[in-house]
Design a protein around this ligand. Structure first.
Ligand code: ZN
Length: 327
């Protein structure tokens, strides 16, 4: 529970997914406390918090700030309820607030289903995956109290020490990292994880996004800071190895090459994003993984499309992916 940073505690909260926990952080500043990433809105989360606050002898009214690293339900979901319980401010990047409102809506459920079908996912699977999406809506409590925006370069105090706000993207646009320059420590949400690379996901009808490019930029920015300690959103606190950044980038480059290879083989017939995802992720074994695989594949296809190495054409309600060559 203690971390290398004094008065910053890691709380592991169970999640009902294959990724079975999320890390929250509880930060002491004299007589008041802050929470970073309260978790998913479930009874288990609520119980974990009641127990933790009891153990540390913290009253709900001692919590003044609820920080959110990014808008994903496992980090953001419980914020609204915790705010009603503590009357704390909810503090996040403006994108986090906007994206949460956009993604956790019935309309988004319809957009998701369209994307699954247009990507070539079989209809029953697409319906099942869309059903999973709609279930998540019940695990997010809306924020009704005070919201405060965090902007790039802002400075805040956690446990008596200054932290700079770094904004990143890729896994979730508007992700916040809390950077302690003195200690070269990052409270990073899902920006940097130890064993798994964060899911980089895209849906084609979405505006001008290119999340993989955005993630590469974020990695470059963090690499320049010489991060020595990461307090991540999942898994234990870790020290990135010297080749950490190179190996994450290499992993995505390999995947990009793999996608190019599959599309090249498909030739003038083209292929679907779903078929690429099945070949890329041979170990997909449940609906949740199928959804992650599809989004991750779309993000890589999008990157290659922007590099003009692939073409994505929509016709008859389906996306077809082709090599960018004349046949
Ligand atoms: Zn997460």
């Amino acid at each position: 529970m203690e971390t290398p940073l004094k008065q910053i505690y890691q709380i592991r909260i169970p999640l009902p997914f294959r990724l079975n926990h999320v890390n929250s952080y509880l930060v002491q500043d004299g007589s008041f406390w802050s929470v970073i990433d309260p978790g998913l809105d479930t009874l288990v989360t609520e119980k974990s918090w009641v127990q933790t606050l009891h153990q540390l002898n913290v009253k709900p009214s001692d919590i003044r700030n609820i920080y959110i690293t990014h808008f994903h339900p496992d980090h953001y979901g419980f914020a609204g309820k915790m705010q009603r319980w503590t009357e704390a401010d909810v503090i996040a990047s403006p994108e986090t607030f906007t994206l949460a409102e956009r993604y956790f809506s019935k309309e988004q459920g319809v957009r998701n289903l369209h994307f699954y079908l247009k990507s070539g996912m079989p209809e029953t699977l697409a319906q099942d995956v869309a059903e999973l999406d709609s279930r998540l809506l019940h695990q997010i409590s809306p924020i009704t109290g005070t919201r405060v925006n965090l902007l790039e370069g802002d400075s805040i105090v956690l446990a008596g020490e200054p932290y700079e706000i770094i904004l990143g993207g890729g896994h979730a646009e508007g992700s916040v990292g809390f950077w302690n320059a003195e200690r070269q420590a990052l409270i990073g949400g899902d920006l940097l994880l130890q064993k798994i690379t964060p899911n980089i996901t895209y849906q084609f009808e979405e505006d001008e996004g290119n999340p993989l490019a955005s993630y590469f930029e974020t990695l470059n920015a963090l690499q320049r800071r010489m991060v020595r300690t990461v307090l991540p959103g999942h898994g234990p606190v870790f020290q990135p190895q010297t080749d950490y950044f190179e190996s994450v980038i290499a992993h995505h480059k390999e995947r990009l090459d793999h996608v190019l290879g599959i599309v090249h083989e498909a030739g003038s017939a083209g292929t679907t994003i779903y078929d690429i995802s099945m070949s890329l992720f041979s170990k997909v074994f449940d609906n949740d993984s199928a959804r992650f695989a599809l989004g991750e594949t779309a993000a890589h296809v999008r990157y290659l499309e922007r590099q003009k190495l692939l073409r994505v054409q929509e016709s008859g309600g389906k996306y077809s992916v082709y090599e960018n060559v004349q046949y």
